[in-house]
Design a binder for this molecule. Structure first.
Ligand code: IFM
Length: 465
């Protein structure tokens, strides 16, 4: 048994996202988002679940902040629902929407919790999708305008801004394989969407810096695709498959954001899908804005190979230009999402990012696990003994600690998620929270994992075998 100590500057907190927890979809002048439309379309979301009520956080946010305070969270990463601010995606900001987030931020500050505000966690105003959505360049311009409104309203009190959460999911699951809203299946549109999200980030960052306090921290959060070798896949095939997966999975964002150009192999690999005419002269320079840290969301790993037998248009899905790329599940154990548990890959991912981009501080903006929790009532008091989640978190915090010891400038770790919530196309069937939500009564129960995070923050130490 060893005891690891985290530096006092290392921020430990938790995260959520607007559509996954807020509910109140018709309140405060909020307009419809693509997720309202998608979740109300039969067959799109498990059990026909929608975010109409979700955790009812829109009404219960003060109690939720009290719980965060009880757990001692140092930071809370939330996202702003664009359709609360601009119900049709354009024009003057909606006062009730601004007031909601101002109340939330003031409530956090009053409790000593640092707000980390994400501007886009997938709830595009439906009106902008009706006008073409992210495959349209104009959506990037609209995003920069919306970002400006938010920073005008909250720039004096929010110190940390994130432009996008996981643009890969928003572009490639939203427009590539249709698993996410808006549910389109068009590889060329998915690539254009990815570029316009990069561009939107590049246009928004200077806008944030122009308005916010000079000390504001600006970032973007990516979900990267760490892959491992499998003995059954020949080394040269594995290397080529991993190169291709990294091009359209990771470097499509990392390279323009952090180096100022799209990689030639990405353009070549996707040439059969798009001519990249959406990339205008000067775009790459616009995208390449200085940021203060890179947010990393990490959950799991996979292995990749080519399987010509499965090749064909139906395979284009989330990997445009890669119809024969096959993702294979690695050995377990697995979480309730069917994702393998591989904490070592978190350490390797952080070290590898640090080696490639040594000047770039990193922050784990999401890590956590879904498990089928059980509520036990003892002497009338409800408990969730989620030992599997506690051990998942322990192993991943230990991996983060090893990365710090190896020289990674890792600024913090935000556990996904604070509350059980609407897990996109899985609806409410998957529970990621460190706080349980009973969706009938809206009762909150702090799980053992919540107490684990509380102790970690209190003591700054972690016991590991
Ligand atoms: O719930 C999601 C979150 O919205 C984005 N990152 C992954 C989480 C778990 O799937």
């Amino acid at each position: 048994m060893a005891t690891l100590r985290f530096p006092s500057s290392f921020v430990i907190g938790s995260a959520t996202a607007s559509y996954q927890i807020e509910g109140g979809v018709h309140e405060g002048g909020r307009g419809p988002s693509i997720w309202d439309t998608f979740s109300h379309t039969p067959g799109r979301v498990e059990n026909g679940d929608t975010g109409d009520v979700a955790d009812d956080h829109y009404h219960r946010w003060q109690d939720d902040l009290d719980l965060m305070s009880e757990l001692g969270l140092q930071a809370y990463r939330f996202s702003i629902a664009w359709p609360r601010i601009q119900p049709t995606g354009a024009g003057a900001p909606n006062q009730a929407g601004l007031d909601f987030y101002r109340g939330l931020v003031d409530g956090l500050l009053a409790r000593g919790i640092a707000p980390v505000a994400t501007l886009y966690h997938w709830d595009l105003p439906q009106a902008l999708e009706d006008a073409g959505g992210w495959p349209e360049r104009d959506t990037a311009l609209r995003f920069a305008e919306y970002a400006g409104h938010m920073v005008e309203a909250l720039g004096d009190r929010v110190h940390t801004w994130t432009t996008f959460n996981e643009p890969w999911c928003a572009a490639f699951l939203g427009y590539g394989n249709g698993m996410h809203a808006p549910g389109r299946t068009d590889g060329a549109a998915a690539l254009a969407a990815a570029h316009h999200m990069n561009l939107a980030h590049g246009l928004a960052v200077p806008e944030i810096r122009r308005i916010a306090d000079p000390s504001a921290q600006v970032s973007i959060t990516l979900n990267l695709h760490p892959t491992r070798e499998l003995p059954s896949v020949p080394a040269d095939e594995s290397a080529e498959a991993r190169r291709r997966a990294s091009a359209v999975g990771d470097r499509i964002f990392l390279s323009p954001l952090l180096r100022g150009h799209y990689d030639a192999d990405l353009i070549d690999d996707t040439a059969g899908v798009t001519d990249w005419s959406f990339l205008h002269p000067g775009d790459e320079q616009l995208i390449h804005q200085p940021i203060d840290f890179l947010g990393v969301n990490y959950y799991s790993t996979s292995a990749v190979r080519f399987d010509a037998a499965v090749s064909g248009p139906e395979r284009v899905g989330a990997w445009p230009g890669e119809p024969a790329l096959e993702f294979m599940r690695l050995p377990g154990p697995y979480t309730d999402m069917g994702w393998n548990i591989d904490p070592g890959a978190l350490e390797e991912l952080l070290v590898s990012l640090h080696e490639q981009y040594p000047e770039m501080p990193l922050m784990i903006t999401e890590n956590g696990a879904a498990f089928p929790d059980v509520v036990e009532r003892r002497d009338g008091v409800a408990h969730v003994v989620d030992t599997d989640r506690v051990e998942y978190l322990r192993a991943h915090f230990a991996a983060a600690h090893r990365a710090i010891e190896r020289g990674v400038d890792l600024r913090g770790y935000l556990v996904w998620s604070f509350l059980d919530n609407f897990e996109w196309s899985f609806g409410f069937s998957k529970r990621f929270g460190i706080v349980r939500v009973d969706y009938d009564s809206q009762e909150r129960i702090v799980k053992d994992s919540g107490r684990f995070v509380q102790r970690l923050i209190e003591t700054r130490t972690l016991d590991v075998d």
